[in-house]
Write a protein that binds this ligand. Structure first.
Ligand SMILES: Cc1cc2nc3c(=O)[nH]c(=O)nc-3n(C[C@H](O)[C@H](O)[C@H](O)COP(=O)(O)OP(=O)(O)OC[C@H]3O[C@@H](n4cnc5c(N)ncnc54)[C@H](O)[C@@H]3O)c2cc1C
Length: 494
C-alpha cells in the first residue's frame, strides 16, 4: 500500500509537493481552503478582462535548477510563450524626470555612463559585480541531501564570487551606494529611491538584475492563472486528489509525530506524513499551537521585516492603449491614495504586451502601491468600503494624469487590498513574499522540518527570506526528496 501524504494548501508550494509526491508513488491529497488552487499566484476575470495578481517575472525561465522544476511541473512546456522585457522598470519622479533600468546590463551600463560620466569607475564596478554574481545558483537538492561531490562542485563553481559575497553579505543597497561613492546626484537619488529605503540586501539586488541580464527571469504569456492551472492539471493527471473549499484547522500530533489533520468542519484526515504549504505563521502558531518553535523561528517571526503588502487597482479600458514599457514606477513624495501615503510611489503596469489579458482593442492597466498592514488590519464594514471608494477616486485621478480621456473608456475598476489577500489565502499580514531579504537575514532560513516533530514538513514562501514562486515550488520538491530519503526510496523527478 502507498504511504499517504496530506498537504495543507494548494498554492505553488503545495501543488509542487503534490506533483512530486504522486510521481514518487505516494497517495496524496491537497487540502485547499479557497475554491481554486494557486494561492497568491492568481488572477480574476471581470467582464472579459483578466486582472493578474502575481506574475511579473519568473526566475528560471531559461536555465538552472528552477528551470528544471518548471519543466517537471508543467509550468513551462513547449506551448508556453516567454517574454523577456527590455526594460525592467521606468521610473518617473514628481518633476517628470525619468530613469530607466534596462534588463540587459551592458545596455544599462551605457545608459548610466551617458548620464553620469563622472561615475564611470563606480558604474563599471557595479555592472561587473552584477555579471559576476550571476554564477551564484540555488542547489538542486535540499540541505541534508547534498553529497560532498555536489558541495565540492558547487564550491568550485562559486569560488570566484566568494570574496564579493563575503564583502557584501551584511550590506544594504543604501550601503552599497555609499561604498561605490557615486557623485552624480541624479543617479544616487534614483537608485536610493528604488532600492535604498529599506534594509534590502545588496546581494539580492545584484542577483535580481543579473537574472534579467541572462534572460532567465521572463514573463509567461497568460500570467499567473494558466500557470497554476497547468500545475494542478499535472497533479490531477498523476492521480493526485485536490480538495477545494476545505480548511485545515489543526495538525494531529501523537507522540511527537504528525499523523493527520483536522478540518474546520471537524473531519479528520489520517496520513503517514503531513506537509504544510499554508501560511507559515498559521502553521506554526495556530495549527501546531506554537509548540515546536525553534530559535530561528522565534527570531524570524519577531524581528525579520516583511514585504509590505500591496493595494492593486485594476482598470479594464475599452480602448487600445499601447505602451513600449510594461512597468513604470512613479515617485510621489507627499501624495496619498486613500489613507496610504505613497512613500515608495506607485506602479502602473500596462498589460498590452500580453494579448490574453483583455479583449481585442481593449486594455488592462494595473496600478499598485504598498500599503502597510497596520492601516488595514482593523478596517471593516462601512469604514473599509469607504476607504475602497476613496482609493478608486484617487486612483482614477492618477490614471487621468497619464491618459486624460480615460474615464470615457473605463469599463471596470477592481480593487484588491491587503485584506483581500489575507481573506483568500491567509497570508500573514498580507506579506506577499514573506520575509524581506535584508543584510541581516539573507543567509538564514527556517528549516523544512521541526526538530522535535516527526513526519512533518513545511514548504512555501515563508522558509527563506525573499519568497516568490521559485523557492515556493522548490521547497515543495525538496519536501518530497526528504520524505523519499526517510522512506529509503530513490527520488524521481521525471
Ligand atoms: C501582487 C503580487 C505580485 C507578485 N509577483 C511575483 C512575481 O512576479 N514573481 C514571483 O516569483 N513571485 C511573485 N509574487 C509572490 C508569489 O505569489 C508568492 O511568493 C508565492 O505564490 C507563494 O506561494 P506559496 O505556495 O508559498 O504560498 P501561498 O500562495 O500563500 O499559498 C498558500 C496556500 O495555502 C492555502 N491555505 C492557507 N491556510 C490554509 C488552511 N488552513 N487550510 C487549507 N488551505 C490553506 C491558501 O489558500 C493558499 O492557497 C507576487 C505576489 C503578489 C501578491
Amino acid at each position: 500500500m502507498s504511504k499517504r501524504i496530506v498537504i495543507i494548501g494548494g498554492g505553488i508550494a503545495g501543488l509542487s509537493a503534490g506533483i512530486y509526491s504522486q510521481r514518487n508513488g505516494f497517495d496524496t491529497e491537497i487540502i485547499e481552503m479557497n475554491n481554486l488552487p494557486g494561492g497568491q499566484c492568481t488572477a480574476w476575470d471581470r467582464k472579459g478582462y483578466r486582472f493578474d495578481h502575481c506574475l511579473h517575472w519568473l526566475v528560471g525561465t531559461a536555465r538552472g535548477p528552477y528551470h528544471q522544476i518548471w519543466k517537471e511541473t508543467n509550468v513551462i512546456n513547449d506551448g508556453v510563450k516567454i517574454i523577456d522585457q527590455e526594460i525592467h522598470t521606468k521610473v518617473v519622479d514628481e518633476n517628470g524626470d525619468e530613469f530607466i533600468i534596462y534588463t540587459n546590463i551592458d545596455r544599462w551600463k551605457n545608459y548610466l555612463l551617458e548620464m553620469a560620466p563622472e561615475d564611470s569607475i563606480s558604474i563599471n564596478r557595479m555592472c561587473n559585480e552584477m555579471k559576476k554574481i550571476s554564477i551564484l545558483e540555488t542547489s538542486s537538492n535540499p540541505p541534508g541531501m547534498r553529497s560532498w561531490v555536489d558541495s565540492l562542485n558547487m564550491y568550485i563553481k562559486i569560488m570566484p564570487v566568494i570574496p564579493l559575497f563575503l564583502r557584501y553579505k551584511t550590506k544594504t543597497v543604501h550601503d552599497y551606494i555609499e561604498i561605490l561613492n557615486f557623485k552624480n546626484r541624479r543617479l544616487i537619488y534614483f537608485l536610493d529611491a528604488l532600492y535604498g529605503q529599506s534594509d534590502f540586501s545588496v546581494i539580492a539586488f545584484l542577483m535580481m538584475l543579473s537574472w534579467f541580464d541572462q534572460n532567465n527571469a521572463g514573463y509567461l504569456v497568460g500570467g499567473s492563472l494558466p500557470l497554476t492551472i497547468r500545475m494542478s492539471e499535472k497533479y490531477k493527471a498523476l492521480g493526485g486528489k485536490l480538495s477545494l473549499v476545505n480548511k485545515a484547522d489543526k495538525i494531529i500530533v501523537s507522540n511527537d509525530k504528525a499523523t493527520g489533520i483536522i478540518l474546520s468542519n471537524g473531519t479528520r484526515i489520517d496520513a503517514d506524513y503531513v506537509i504544510s504549504a499554508a501560511d507559515g505563521y498559521t502553521t506554526i502558531f495556530k495549527m501546531l499551537d506554537g509548540k515546536y518553535q525553534t530559535e530561528q523561528i522565534k527570531e524570524a517571526y519577531t524581528s525579520w521585516p516583511l514585504f509590505t503588502p500591496f493595494v492593486q487597482v485594476s482598470f479594464g479600458i475599452n480602448k487600445k492603449i499601447k505602451s513600449t514599457v510594461a512597468n513604470q514606477l512613479f515617485l510621489a513624495k507627499g501624495m496619498s491614495i486613500g489613507r496610504t501615503s505613497l512613500e515608495k510611489g506607485y506602479t502602473l503596469m500596462n498589460y498590452s504586451f500580453d494579448t490574453t489579458m483583455a479583449p481585442r482593442e481593449k486594455t488592462v492597466i494595473i496600478l499598485r502601491f504598498e500599503s502597510p498592514w497596520e492601516l488595514w488590519k482593523d478596517l471593516s464594514g462601512e469604514e473599509y468600503l469607504t476607504e475602497k471608494k476613496q482609493i478608486e477616486k484617487d486612483a482614477v485621478a492618477i490614471l487621468k494624469k497619464q491618459f486624460p480621456e480615460v474615464d470615457q473608456y473605463l469599463e471596470v475598476i477592481d480593487i484588491a487590498t491587503p485584506k483581500t489577500g489575507v481573506r483568500y489565502t491567509g497570508v500573514w499580514k498580507g506579506s506577499y513574499e514573506g520575509f524581506l531579504p535584508t543584510n541581516q537575514n539573507l543567509t538564514k532560513n527556517i528549516g523544512m522540518t521541526l526538530p522535535k516533530l516527526n513526519n512533518f514538513y513545511m514548504c512555501g514562501q515563508w522558509l527563506s527570506p525573499g519568497g516568490g514562486i521559485p523557492p515556493a515550488a522548490q521547497s515543495g520538491k525538496w519536501a518530497i526528496q526528504l520524505i523519499c530519503k526517510k522512506e529509503q526510496m530513490k527520488f524521481t523527478a521525471e
